[in-house]
Design a protein around this ligand. Structure first.
Ligand code: SF4
Ligand code: SF4
Length: 379
Protein backbone atom coordinates (compact mmCIF):
# COMPACT_ATOMS: atom_id res chain seq x y z
CA UNK A 1 0.00 0.00 0.00
CA UNK A 2 1.18 3.49 -0.77
CA UNK A 3 0.84 5.97 2.09
CA UNK A 4 0.76 9.73 1.80
CA UNK A 5 1.31 12.57 4.21
CA UNK A 6 -2.16 13.73 5.21
CA UNK A 7 -1.77 17.52 5.23
CA UNK A 8 -0.57 18.86 8.58
CA UNK A 9 -2.54 16.31 10.58
CA UNK A 10 0.56 14.32 11.41
CA UNK A 11 -1.07 11.20 9.93
CA UNK A 12 -0.02 8.99 7.06
CA UNK A 13 -3.04 7.93 5.07
CA UNK A 14 -3.37 4.97 2.72
CA UNK A 15 -3.86 5.94 -0.93
CA UNK A 16 -7.00 3.80 -0.90
CA UNK A 17 -9.71 4.61 1.63
CA UNK A 18 -12.71 2.41 2.39
CA UNK A 19 -15.99 4.23 1.66
CA UNK A 20 -18.52 2.46 3.89
CA UNK A 21 -21.71 3.37 2.02
CA UNK A 22 -22.26 0.29 -0.10
CA UNK A 23 -22.03 -2.60 2.31
CA UNK A 24 -23.94 -5.77 1.40
CA UNK A 25 -27.40 -5.64 2.99
CA UNK A 26 -30.39 -7.92 3.36
CA UNK A 27 -34.01 -7.47 4.29
CA UNK A 28 -35.85 -9.25 7.07
CA UNK A 29 -39.46 -8.54 8.02
CA UNK A 30 -39.37 -5.22 6.23
CA UNK A 31 -36.18 -4.01 7.93
CA UNK A 32 -32.81 -3.66 6.23
CA UNK A 33 -29.71 -5.07 7.88
CA UNK A 34 -26.03 -4.96 6.98
CA UNK A 35 -24.44 -8.36 6.44
CA UNK A 36 -21.91 -8.07 9.26
CA UNK A 37 -20.02 -11.25 8.36
CA UNK A 38 -19.31 -9.96 4.88
CA UNK A 39 -18.42 -6.51 6.21
CA UNK A 40 -15.99 -8.04 8.70
CA UNK A 41 -14.40 -10.09 5.95
CA UNK A 42 -13.97 -7.09 3.63
CA UNK A 43 -12.73 -4.70 6.29
CA UNK A 44 -10.30 -7.22 7.75
CA UNK A 45 -8.94 -7.93 4.29
CA UNK A 46 -8.62 -4.21 3.54
CA UNK A 47 -6.75 -3.69 6.81
CA UNK A 48 -4.46 -6.64 6.07
CA UNK A 49 -3.72 -5.07 2.68
CA UNK A 50 -2.80 -1.77 4.31
CA UNK A 51 -5.97 0.35 4.13
CA UNK A 52 -6.02 2.59 7.20
CA UNK A 53 -8.84 5.07 6.45
CA UNK A 54 -12.49 4.08 6.87
CA UNK A 55 -15.14 6.63 6.03
CA UNK A 56 -18.75 6.31 7.14
CA UNK A 57 -21.73 8.56 7.97
CA UNK A 58 -24.87 8.30 10.11
CA UNK A 59 -27.28 7.73 7.19
CA UNK A 60 -25.25 5.26 5.12
CA UNK A 61 -26.68 1.76 4.59
CA UNK A 62 -30.06 2.52 6.13
CA UNK A 63 -28.31 4.08 9.15
CA UNK A 64 -26.42 0.85 9.89
CA UNK A 65 -23.00 1.68 8.49
CA UNK A 66 -21.44 3.39 11.52
CA UNK A 67 -22.23 0.46 13.79
CA UNK A 68 -21.03 -2.06 11.21
CA UNK A 69 -17.68 -0.32 10.69
CA UNK A 70 -17.17 0.21 14.40
CA UNK A 71 -17.73 -3.48 15.08
CA UNK A 72 -15.50 -4.60 12.21
CA UNK A 73 -12.48 -2.48 13.17
CA UNK A 74 -12.66 -3.32 16.87
CA UNK A 75 -9.67 -5.74 16.80
CA UNK A 76 -7.41 -3.04 15.36
CA UNK A 77 -9.24 0.18 16.28
CA UNK A 78 -6.10 2.06 17.32
CA UNK A 79 -4.27 1.20 14.11
CA UNK A 80 -6.82 2.81 11.78
CA UNK A 81 -8.36 6.22 11.15
CA UNK A 82 -12.15 6.39 11.49
CA UNK A 83 -14.03 9.15 9.74
CA UNK A 84 -17.68 10.03 10.10
CA UNK A 85 -19.90 13.06 9.60
CA UNK A 86 -22.39 15.36 11.23
CA UNK A 87 -25.49 16.23 9.18
CA UNK A 88 -26.08 19.95 9.58
CA UNK A 89 -29.86 19.65 9.56
CA UNK A 90 -29.73 18.20 13.08
CA UNK A 91 -27.91 21.28 14.41
CA UNK A 92 -30.76 23.53 15.50
CA UNK A 93 -29.96 24.54 19.06
CA UNK A 94 -26.97 24.64 21.43
CA UNK A 95 -25.84 21.14 22.37
CA UNK A 96 -27.02 19.47 19.16
CA UNK A 97 -23.47 19.11 17.81
CA UNK A 98 -22.40 17.34 20.97
CA UNK A 99 -25.48 15.11 21.07
CA UNK A 100 -24.97 14.04 17.47
CA UNK A 101 -21.28 13.36 18.06
CA UNK A 102 -22.05 11.26 21.13
CA UNK A 103 -24.59 9.17 19.20
CA UNK A 104 -22.00 8.49 16.51
CA UNK A 105 -19.42 7.48 19.12
CA UNK A 106 -22.02 5.24 20.69
CA UNK A 107 -23.02 3.55 17.45
CA UNK A 108 -19.40 3.03 16.47
CA UNK A 109 -18.44 1.74 19.90
CA UNK A 110 -15.35 3.92 20.07
CA UNK A 111 -14.19 6.69 22.40
CA UNK A 112 -12.94 8.93 19.61
CA UNK A 113 -13.43 9.74 15.95
CA UNK A 114 -10.28 10.58 14.01
CA UNK A 115 -11.85 12.79 11.35
CA UNK A 116 -15.23 14.35 12.11
CA UNK A 117 -16.72 16.04 9.07
CA UNK A 118 -19.28 18.77 8.69
CA UNK A 119 -21.27 16.81 6.13
CA UNK A 120 -21.82 17.89 2.52
CA UNK A 121 -21.72 21.59 3.25
CA UNK A 122 -22.27 24.54 0.96
CA UNK A 123 -21.25 28.15 1.49
CA UNK A 124 -24.80 28.97 2.58
CA UNK A 125 -24.82 26.20 5.21
CA UNK A 126 -21.40 27.28 6.39
CA UNK A 127 -22.73 30.82 6.98
CA UNK A 128 -26.20 30.01 8.23
CA UNK A 129 -25.44 27.03 10.42
CA UNK A 130 -21.74 26.55 11.20
CA UNK A 131 -20.89 30.23 11.55
CA UNK A 132 -24.24 31.31 12.99
CA UNK A 133 -24.12 28.68 15.77
CA UNK A 134 -20.32 28.79 16.11
CA UNK A 135 -20.15 25.02 15.62
CA UNK A 136 -16.41 25.29 15.12
CA UNK A 137 -16.17 26.16 18.82
CA UNK A 138 -18.12 22.97 19.62
CA UNK A 139 -15.74 21.01 17.39
CA UNK A 140 -12.72 22.56 19.08
CA UNK A 141 -14.09 21.67 22.51
CA UNK A 142 -14.70 18.07 21.40
CA UNK A 143 -11.16 17.99 20.10
CA UNK A 144 -9.71 19.27 23.36
CA UNK A 145 -11.64 16.56 25.19
CA UNK A 146 -10.23 13.92 22.84
CA UNK A 147 -13.62 12.94 21.37
CA UNK A 148 -12.49 13.91 17.90
CA UNK A 149 -8.94 14.21 16.67
CA UNK A 150 -9.36 16.38 13.58
CA UNK A 151 -11.95 18.83 12.21
CA UNK A 152 -12.97 18.19 8.61
CA UNK A 153 -15.62 18.93 6.04
CA UNK A 154 -17.15 17.29 3.02
CA UNK A 155 -18.49 19.45 0.31
CA UNK A 156 -21.16 19.92 -2.36
CA UNK A 157 -21.16 23.39 -3.87
CA UNK A 158 -19.38 25.61 -6.33
CA UNK A 159 -15.60 25.00 -5.99
CA UNK A 160 -14.94 28.64 -5.00
CA UNK A 161 -16.81 27.97 -1.75
CA UNK A 162 -13.99 25.62 -0.70
CA UNK A 163 -11.60 28.55 -0.43
CA UNK A 164 -14.22 30.52 1.49
CA UNK A 165 -14.74 27.72 4.01
CA UNK A 166 -11.02 27.12 4.50
CA UNK A 167 -10.26 30.84 4.88
CA UNK A 168 -13.17 31.63 7.23
CA UNK A 169 -12.31 28.74 9.52
CA UNK A 170 -8.71 29.86 9.66
CA UNK A 171 -9.82 33.41 10.50
CA UNK A 172 -11.98 32.00 13.29
CA UNK A 173 -8.77 30.46 14.65
CA UNK A 174 -10.11 26.89 14.27
CA UNK A 175 -8.82 25.69 10.90
CA UNK A 176 -10.23 22.82 8.91
CA UNK A 177 -7.74 19.96 8.84
CA UNK A 178 -8.98 17.79 5.99
CA UNK A 179 -11.60 17.81 3.29
CA UNK A 180 -13.52 15.24 1.30
CA UNK A 181 -14.60 16.31 -2.18
CA UNK A 182 -15.85 14.86 -5.43
CA UNK A 183 -12.98 14.31 -7.86
CA UNK A 184 -12.61 11.99 -10.80
CA UNK A 185 -11.71 11.85 -14.44
CA UNK A 186 -15.22 12.99 -15.38
CA UNK A 187 -15.42 15.78 -12.83
CA UNK A 188 -12.24 17.74 -12.21
CA UNK A 189 -13.99 20.92 -11.13
CA UNK A 190 -12.42 20.78 -7.65
CA UNK A 191 -8.87 20.29 -8.93
CA UNK A 192 -7.69 23.84 -8.35
CA UNK A 193 -9.17 23.83 -4.87
CA UNK A 194 -7.32 20.61 -4.03
CA UNK A 195 -4.10 22.51 -4.68
CA UNK A 196 -5.32 25.41 -2.54
CA UNK A 197 -6.29 23.08 0.30
CA UNK A 198 -2.88 21.44 0.26
CA UNK A 199 -1.20 24.86 0.33
CA UNK A 200 -3.22 25.59 3.49
CA UNK A 201 -2.11 22.38 5.18
CA UNK A 202 -5.30 20.34 4.72
CA UNK A 203 -5.36 16.65 3.97
CA UNK A 204 -7.42 15.79 0.88
CA UNK A 205 -9.67 12.83 0.15
CA UNK A 206 -11.62 12.17 -3.05
CA UNK A 207 -15.03 10.59 -3.18
CA UNK A 208 -16.33 9.10 -6.37
CA UNK A 209 -12.94 8.25 -7.93
CA UNK A 210 -14.64 5.87 -10.33
CA UNK A 211 -17.32 8.38 -11.24
CA UNK A 212 -20.26 6.93 -9.33
CA UNK A 213 -19.69 3.55 -10.94
CA UNK A 214 -19.73 4.75 -14.53
CA UNK A 215 -15.98 4.38 -14.85
CA UNK A 216 -16.07 0.91 -13.40
CA UNK A 217 -17.80 -0.51 -16.48
CA UNK A 218 -15.32 -2.12 -18.84
CA UNK A 219 -14.85 -0.01 -21.96
CA UNK A 220 -12.16 0.73 -24.45
CA UNK A 221 -11.91 4.18 -22.92
CA UNK A 222 -8.15 4.20 -22.29
CA UNK A 223 -7.46 3.06 -25.82
CA UNK A 224 -9.92 5.63 -27.09
CA UNK A 225 -8.20 8.37 -25.12
CA UNK A 226 -4.59 7.50 -25.73
CA UNK A 227 -4.42 5.25 -28.77
CA UNK A 228 -2.55 2.69 -26.59
CA UNK A 229 -3.61 -0.83 -25.62
CA UNK A 230 -6.70 -0.86 -23.44
CA UNK A 231 -6.67 -1.18 -19.64
CA UNK A 232 -9.75 -1.73 -17.49
CA UNK A 233 -11.58 1.53 -17.02
CA UNK A 234 -11.66 1.32 -13.21
CA UNK A 235 -7.86 1.06 -13.33
CA UNK A 236 -7.66 4.12 -15.53
CA UNK A 237 -9.99 6.02 -13.21
CA UNK A 238 -8.06 5.10 -10.07
CA UNK A 239 -4.66 5.79 -11.53
CA UNK A 240 -5.87 9.14 -12.78
CA UNK A 241 -7.11 10.24 -9.36
CA UNK A 242 -4.06 8.92 -7.53
CA UNK A 243 -1.82 10.50 -10.16
CA UNK A 244 -2.71 13.91 -8.76
CA UNK A 245 -0.06 14.73 -6.13
CA UNK A 246 -2.52 17.05 -4.34
CA UNK A 247 -4.82 14.16 -3.59
CA UNK A 248 -3.92 12.08 -0.56
CA UNK A 249 -6.52 9.32 -0.64
CA UNK A 250 -9.19 7.97 -2.99
CA UNK A 251 -12.26 6.52 -1.31
CA UNK A 252 -13.92 3.56 -2.89
CA UNK A 253 -17.35 2.30 -1.83
CA UNK A 254 -16.34 -1.35 -1.99
CA UNK A 255 -19.07 -3.99 -2.07
CA UNK A 256 -17.20 -7.25 -2.45
CA UNK A 257 -13.99 -8.91 -1.31
CA UNK A 258 -12.90 -8.99 -4.92
CA UNK A 259 -13.18 -5.21 -5.21
CA UNK A 260 -11.15 -4.77 -2.03
CA UNK A 261 -8.33 -6.91 -3.42
CA UNK A 262 -8.47 -5.27 -6.84
CA UNK A 263 -8.42 -1.70 -5.52
CA UNK A 264 -5.78 -2.42 -2.89
CA UNK A 265 -3.52 -3.86 -5.58
CA UNK A 266 -3.91 -0.68 -7.63
CA UNK A 267 -3.22 1.57 -4.65
CA UNK A 268 -0.12 -0.50 -3.85
CA UNK A 269 1.36 -0.38 -7.30
CA UNK A 270 4.14 2.09 -7.88
CA UNK A 271 3.23 2.00 -11.55
CA UNK A 272 1.19 5.15 -11.81
CA UNK A 273 1.00 7.40 -14.82
CA UNK A 274 3.90 9.67 -15.65
CA UNK A 275 3.25 13.40 -15.35
CA UNK A 276 2.96 13.66 -19.14
CA UNK A 277 0.63 10.67 -19.44
CA UNK A 278 -1.52 12.09 -16.68
CA UNK A 279 -1.80 15.48 -18.37
CA UNK A 280 -2.52 13.87 -21.74
CA UNK A 281 -5.23 11.70 -20.28
CA UNK A 282 -6.91 14.61 -18.61
CA UNK A 283 -6.87 16.58 -21.81
CA UNK A 284 -8.25 13.75 -23.91
CA UNK A 285 -10.97 13.16 -21.38
CA UNK A 286 -11.99 16.80 -21.44
CA UNK A 287 -12.39 16.51 -25.19
CA UNK A 288 -14.46 13.39 -24.82
CA UNK A 289 -16.57 15.05 -22.17
CA UNK A 290 -17.53 17.87 -24.51
CA UNK A 291 -19.88 15.36 -26.08
CA UNK A 292 -21.64 15.09 -22.79
CA UNK A 293 -24.11 17.82 -21.95
CA UNK A 294 -25.25 16.17 -18.80
CA UNK A 295 -23.40 15.28 -15.70
CA UNK A 296 -25.01 13.31 -12.92
CA UNK A 297 -22.84 11.86 -10.15
CA UNK A 298 -25.37 9.16 -9.28
CA UNK A 299 -25.54 10.47 -5.69
CA UNK A 300 -29.30 9.69 -5.52
CA UNK A 301 -30.14 12.77 -3.47
CA UNK A 302 -33.04 13.26 -5.91
CA UNK A 303 -34.55 9.98 -4.75
CA UNK A 304 -37.09 8.81 -3.84
CA UNK A 305 -39.08 10.57 -6.52
CA UNK A 306 -42.78 10.47 -5.55
CA UNK A 307 -43.63 9.39 -9.10
CA UNK A 308 -41.12 6.53 -8.90
CA UNK A 309 -38.89 7.88 -11.68
CA UNK A 310 -35.44 6.38 -11.27
CA UNK A 311 -33.64 9.54 -12.29
CA UNK A 312 -29.99 8.49 -11.65
CA UNK A 313 -30.58 5.23 -13.50
CA UNK A 314 -31.94 7.04 -16.56
CA UNK A 315 -29.10 9.59 -16.54
CA UNK A 316 -26.59 6.80 -16.17
CA UNK A 317 -27.90 5.23 -19.37
CA UNK A 318 -27.47 8.56 -21.09
CA UNK A 319 -23.84 8.86 -19.93
CA UNK A 320 -23.13 5.41 -21.33
CA UNK A 321 -24.71 6.51 -24.55
CA UNK A 322 -23.27 9.96 -24.83
CA UNK A 323 -19.90 9.98 -23.10
CA UNK A 324 -18.63 6.51 -23.79
CA UNK A 325 -20.43 5.87 -27.03
CA UNK A 326 -21.85 2.59 -25.69
CA UNK A 327 -25.06 3.15 -27.58
CA UNK A 328 -26.32 -0.43 -27.80
CA UNK A 329 -25.66 -1.13 -24.13
CA UNK A 330 -27.44 2.07 -23.16
CA UNK A 331 -30.42 1.41 -25.43
CA UNK A 332 -30.75 -2.13 -24.05
CA UNK A 333 -30.70 -0.75 -20.52
CA UNK A 334 -33.41 1.77 -21.40
CA UNK A 335 -35.61 -0.78 -23.19
CA UNK A 336 -35.34 -3.14 -20.24
CA UNK A 337 -36.22 -0.32 -17.82
CA UNK A 338 -39.34 0.53 -19.83
CA UNK A 339 -40.29 -3.12 -20.23
CA UNK A 340 -40.03 -3.64 -16.47
CA UNK A 341 -42.55 -0.85 -15.91
CA UNK A 342 -39.94 1.83 -15.03
CA UNK A 343 -41.48 5.28 -14.65
CA UNK A 344 -40.73 8.08 -17.08
CA UNK A 345 -41.25 11.82 -17.35
CA UNK A 346 -44.88 11.29 -18.34
CA UNK A 347 -45.47 10.13 -14.74
CA UNK A 348 -43.83 13.24 -13.21
CA UNK A 349 -45.98 15.08 -10.64
CA UNK A 350 -43.93 18.28 -11.03
CA UNK A 351 -43.27 18.52 -7.31
CA UNK A 352 -39.76 19.91 -7.90
CA UNK A 353 -38.23 17.79 -5.08
CA UNK A 354 -35.51 16.34 -7.30
CA UNK A 355 -34.26 19.71 -8.54
CA UNK A 356 -34.18 21.18 -5.05
CA UNK A 357 -32.07 18.27 -3.84
CA UNK A 358 -29.64 17.88 -6.75
CA UNK A 359 -26.16 19.08 -5.72
CA UNK A 360 -25.26 19.35 -9.39
CA UNK A 361 -28.14 21.81 -9.90
CA UNK A 362 -29.37 19.83 -12.88
CA UNK A 363 -32.63 20.87 -14.47
CA UNK A 364 -33.79 17.33 -14.09
CA UNK A 365 -37.16 17.50 -15.83
CA UNK A 366 -35.67 19.20 -18.89
CA UNK A 367 -32.81 16.70 -18.98
CA UNK A 368 -35.21 13.77 -18.68
CA UNK A 369 -37.13 15.08 -21.65
CA UNK A 370 -33.93 15.27 -23.70
CA UNK A 371 -32.67 11.86 -22.63
CA UNK A 372 -35.97 10.11 -23.28
CA UNK A 373 -36.18 11.71 -26.72
CA UNK A 374 -32.76 10.25 -27.60
CA UNK A 375 -33.73 6.75 -26.55
CA UNK A 376 -37.18 6.92 -28.13
CA UNK A 377 -35.61 7.89 -31.44
CA UNK A 378 -33.27 4.95 -31.37
CA UNK A 379 -35.85 2.30 -30.45
S1 SF4 B 1 -40.41 16.87 -10.13
FE1 SF4 B 1 -41.06 14.97 -11.11
S2 SF4 B 1 -39.17 13.83 -11.39
FE2 SF4 B 1 -38.76 15.39 -9.86
S3 SF4 B 1 -39.14 14.39 -7.88
FE3 SF4 B 1 -41.05 15.44 -8.48
S4 SF4 B 1 -42.21 13.85 -9.54
FE4 SF4 B 1 -40.08 13.13 -9.47
S1 SF4 C 1 -29.38 14.40 -7.25
FE1 SF4 C 1 -28.64 15.11 -9.26
S2 SF4 C 1 -26.53 14.33 -9.40
FE2 SF4 C 1 -27.54 13.21 -7.75
S3 SF4 C 1 -28.36 11.37 -8.76
FE3 SF4 C 1 -30.00 12.88 -8.78
S4 SF4 C 1 -29.76 13.92 -10.75
FE4 SF4 C 1 -27.87 12.82 -10.38
Amino acid sequence: MIYRKFGNTGEKISALGFGCMRFPEYEKDGTMYVDQDKVDEMIHEAYALGVNYFDTAPYYCNKNSEAAVGAAVKPFRDKVLLSTKIPLDVCKKPGDYRRQLESSLDRMGTDHIDFYHFWGISRREYDEIIKAQDLLADAQKAKEEGLIRHISFSFHDDPSAIKYIIDCSKERGIPMESMLVQYNLLDRSNEEMLTYAVSQGLGTVAMGPVGGGRLSAPTELYAKLTGKASIPTYELAFKFVLGNPDLNCALSGMQTLEMVKQNAALASSAEGFSKEEWAQLGESMEQLKKFSELYCTGCKYCQPCPAGIEIPKIFNMYTYHNVYGLKDTAQNMYDRYVKDGGKLLADCKNCGFCERKCPQHLQIRKELEKVEAVFRKER
